[in-house]
Write a protein that binds this ligand. Sequence first.
Ligand code: ZN
Length: 112
Amino acid sequence: MIVSRSILDSHKHHMQTLERAIAFVLLLCFVAITFLAPLLLLAHADHDCVGTDCHVCVETNSVKSLMKQIGRAVVHVLCAGAILLTFAILARLSVAKLYIATPYGCKVRLNN
Ligand SMILES: [Zn+2]
């Protein structure tokens, strides 16, 4: 079955648009949680607590837990990025040294 190139390009373009839309929605959720969660905590900081079954306390505790999880996730992503960057730099340096260490890299002429 022959599929024309324009259909494949169109499908690829739609997939890229969908991926960008999903990324944008995830970014909006992240920004909303980051900025609205502390406002929720501040708004309910001095509520009239009814004790152990207080719904406001349950909600604020879940928001605090969510903020901790997001904070840990951000730290993990930053650490993973730093590790990957370190490996990339080391790999590039080692490849450069290997290239130089070869007779071709050192421009050694082998006459015999
Ligand atoms: Zn309460």
